[in-house]
Ligand binder design. Structure first.
Ligand SMILES: [Zn+2]
Length: 258
């Protein structure tokens, strides 16, 4: 797709970046992103992908806006308390950029739904808050070869990674979410609702997810594929650790090379 005059102006600060340019912005405008969760991580991710001009954004969340959400879920407002989060977030996205398509799915994500949604996405963002959903999204992303931008935040601790199992130019594939967190391992669900979370930490993580998604769509830079970024917001420390594929991973182990 080629950009019209309004788009050239609106996205001029992206176009000025040599690493993105007109070509990269055209890819962003033609891009299709799936965002799972319209809460703390999904809010900044959705707002930035909308402002950056991602042509088609699908938002999935079955929850409604509650007063306790407003401390950190910046797509929502006091005036929209009680509304579906996907509707509230769509309103916020439209106010910034009415020229993109926002599809809302006010349903709890299950495997069947995710399979259909991931099949028509170029990138998926995991902004959910539970392991069952994370694993279901990961399975669909591995199946359809769609890069997954994963984020998590609790208390003062944040994590961001990209799980991209597509073969690169050298034939190498990155690990998937299940290589790192085996689906059958016992997990203790921790949620912001019970544990608390520092408000801007979810903004940091969600914004990083948006940045990774934009790089994937515009095919520029180096992503967090094969790496896990750990954020300690209490002592302000950022660490990146390398991740390896698990050749026996039940989700991606069948993909060559082992
Ligand atoms: Zn795997």
């Amino acid at each position: 797709m080629s950009l019209d005059d309004d788009q050239l102006l609106r996205y001029s600060r992206h176009i000025l970046l040599d690493e993105i340019g007109i070509e990269g912005q055209e890819k962003i405008c033609a891009g299709r992103a799936l965002i799972l969760g319209a809460g703390g991580l999904g809010s900044p991710a959705a707002l930035y992908l909308a402002s950056a001009g991602v042509g088609s954004i699908t938002l999935v969340d079955d929850d409604t806006v509650d007063l306790t959400n407003l401390q950190r879920q910046i797509a929502h407002t006091e005036a929209r308390l009680g509304q579906l989060k996907v509707e509230s977030a769509r309103e916020a996205m439209r106010q910034i950029n009415p020229h993109i398509d926002v599809h809302v799915v006010p349903r709890r994500a299950d495997a069947e739904l995710l399979d259909a949604l991931v099949a028509s996405a170029d990138v998926a963002l995991d902004c959910s808050d539970n392991f069952a959903t994370r694993h279901a999204l990961n399975r669909a992303c591995v199946l359809h070869g769609v890069p997954l931008v994963s984020g998590a935040a609790i208390r003062f601790a944040g994590q961001v990674s990209v799980f991209d199992t597509r073969a690169d130019a050298a034939g190498q594939r990155g690990p998937c979410y299940a290589c790192l967190f085996p689906p059958d391992a016992p997990v203790e669900e921790v949620r912001c609702a019970t544990m608390g979370v520092l408000a801007p930490l979810v903004g940091l993580v969600g914004s990083l997810q948006a940045a990774e998604a934009l790089k994937i769509l515009s095919q520029t830079g180096k992503t967090l594929g094969g790496k896990l970024l750990l954020i300690d917001a209490l002592d302000t420390d950022f660490q990146t650790i390398n991740l390896l594929r698990n050749p026996h991973c039940p989700v991606c182990g069948h993909l060559p090379p082992a």
